[in-house]
Ligand binder design. Structure first.
Ligand code: FAD
Length: 495
């Protein structure tokens, strides 16, 4: 692990022994439900994919992974953990970017990957009830094959690995938020195993229910700190029958802002995504993601905006997009643009944007910051970070510094910037050049230090940059009430 700043192991939590593993095996009789190095039934390498996070930045040293196959089994394990004082890390697809899904020390990893049943789908209302271990892309494919066709109201670059339970646990935002809103609006109910093992059946299928506190909201975005989400009930919209995608090349961030305003005016209700990435991100995607050049070299700008429409009338939608394109060209807001001619081309344009996080990670050791600020100030954060890293001698024009590049991309339609600092190594020295500077910048702009990735272990110590002391105190009380023994995802989120 690169950093010395993670909290020390709590003496309150039990150290697991082979005897404990034997007890777990009696609770979960399926042969592949318990993987452990503690009774020598697994090799240390078998546990690396569970102990190490997607970025390769965080790595725990848990000796056991359990994979229950039903909510009842999750309940049995959690009850056992509570009785034995065992710390638990719930793990979905392990694509989280804030060090929340892997252990800090030797906590038990509870993987939801075997909870994959679709319990029901109602094609009249679009209400889906499904278990939390389902992979986002698989459930979206299932919905697309219904007649009529539906869509999962969330999409993100990690869709091939992340799980819908993990998505709800992080309140993921992603690429469709502009159109379908936050999961806080589309999730109708949840089934949760509470930290004492009790099962809370809150799987409502109601769109309206004003009887008391809306408890599900506490679990949405709670990052495994107060319970394990085992199933979700979610309202899925009809899948648009036509999609159009355009990619524009722009000279400046100011141009992105005016194109964003003009796009909203022209496209109105059919606008479904407005994404931005800068030249540094695009170069990384070309070099490490294998994307082909889209524009002629002379027309490659400092910024790129991807616009998507979703509607029900192909002619009407493409006419609107063409008119936008013509207007942007005639006002010289853009250097160049392409309108996808078919679904393959749409997918390849989307791929450029979706490959930004992964390609920057391949370019070096990427520190990732997911920030929310007013849209007009979004890119100034990237510029200020570059300035800062130049001032401290880490970013150098000759490429000899510890920082190779600073890139920005994100969900411009939501005022959400992904700031990536690509370094030669994950080290305390690089980290302390970036943090808390980056959080101070966000606070000065009345923003959020985590727009959608959550707090995990990375941002838990910095929550006060975005939340008042009264809010933090209330959150601590909620945590204590649900999890008095502190076994759920310890050392993270709210500490
Ligand atoms: P994990 O990473 O396994 O877990 C995340 C957190 O949730 C952990 O704290 C874990 O303990 C907890 N958790 C997981 N499952 C459960 C459960 N069933 N019950 C209780 N707690 C649980 N995020 C966005 O918001 N928008 C994006 O656009 C986006 N793009 C991404 C692109 C890439 C290439 C990558 C790698 C990541 C991206 N992410 C994005 C981050 C990540 O994919 C999301 O946070 C995702 O929702 C995590 O889902 P997961 O199943 O992988 O959860």
């Amino acid at each position: 692990r690169h950093t010395s700043s993670l909290p020390p192991r709590s003496p309150e939590l039990t150290t697991l022994t082979p005897k404990h593993i034997a007890q777990l095996r009696t609770l979960l009789p399926h042969p592949s439900s318990v993987i452990s190095t503690l009774d020598d039934s697994a090799a240390p390498d078998d546990l690396i994919p569970f102990n190490r996070d997607w970025m390769g930045k965080y790595e725990g040293r848990s000796g056991v992974v359990v994979r229950p196959i039903s909510t009842e089994e999750v309940s049995k394990v959690i009850k056992w953990c509570a009785e034995n004082g065992v710390g638990v890390v719930p793990q979905g697809g392990n694509t989280g970017l804030v060090g929340g899904s892997t252990p800090i020390h030797d906590e038990l990893i509870l993987s939801l990957s075997s909870l994959t049943r679709i319990r029901s789908f109602d094609p009249l209302s679009g209400i889906l009830i499904a278990e939390s271990g389902l992979i986002l892309e698989q459930i979206d494919t299932f919905l697309s094959k219904q007649s009529p066709s539906f869509i999962f109201p969330l999409d993100l670059g990690a869709k091939g690995s992340c799980q819908i339970g993990g998505n709800v646990a992080t309140n993921a935002g992603g690429l469709r938020l502009l159109r379908y809103g936050s999961l806080r609006g589309s999730v109708l109910g949840l089934e949760v195993v509470l930290p004492d093992g009790k099962i809370w059946d809150g799987l409502s299928g109601l769109r309206k229910d004003n009887t008391g506190y809306d408890l599900k909201q506490l679990f949405i975005g709670s990052e495994g700190s107060i319970g394990i989400i085992t199933a979700i009930s979610i309202l899925c919209p009809r899948r648009p029958t036509t999609h159009n995608v355009a990619l524009f090349s722009l000279p400046s961030y100011e141009a992105c802002l005016s194109v964003f305003a003009e796009t909203k005016t022209h496209l109105g209700e059919i606008l479904s995504a407005f994404e931005m990435f800068d030249r540094t991100s695009y170069e990384a995607v070309k070099k490490h993601g294998g994307a082909r050049r889209v524009f002629e070299e002379g027309n490659e700008g400092e910024f790129y905006c991807l616009v998507e429409t979703g509607g029900s009338n192909a002619e009407h939608d493409s006419e609107k997009l063409t008119r936008l394109f013509e207007s942007l060209i005639s006002s010289s807001s853009i250097l160049d643009g392409v309108l996808a001619q078919d679904t393959t081309q749409s997918a390849s344009l989307w791929q450029i944007r979706e490959l930004c996080p992964e390609s920057l990670s391949k370019a070096g050791k990427a520190y990732k910051y997911d920030l929310s600020v007013p849209v007009e100030k979004m890119y100034s954060l990237v510029e200020k970070m570059r300035e800062r890293l130049r001032d401290v001698g880490m970013l150098r024009d000759d490429g000899s510094g510890k920082v190779k590049s600073v890139a920005g991309f994100g969900h411009m339609g939501d005022g959400n910037l992904h700031l990536n600092v690509v370094a030669t190594e994950f080290s305390d020295e690089v980290q302390s050049a970036i943090e808390p500077f980056v959080y101070e910048l966000v606070a000065q702009n009345n923003g959020s230090i985590s727009a959608e990735h959550g707090l995990g272990s990375m941002k838990a110590p910095y929550i006060s940059y975005s939340q008042s002391s009264t809010s933090i105190e209330l959150m601590r009380r909620i945590k204590k009430m649900f999890d008095p023994k502190g076994i759920m995802n310890p050392y993270k989120f709210i500490t």
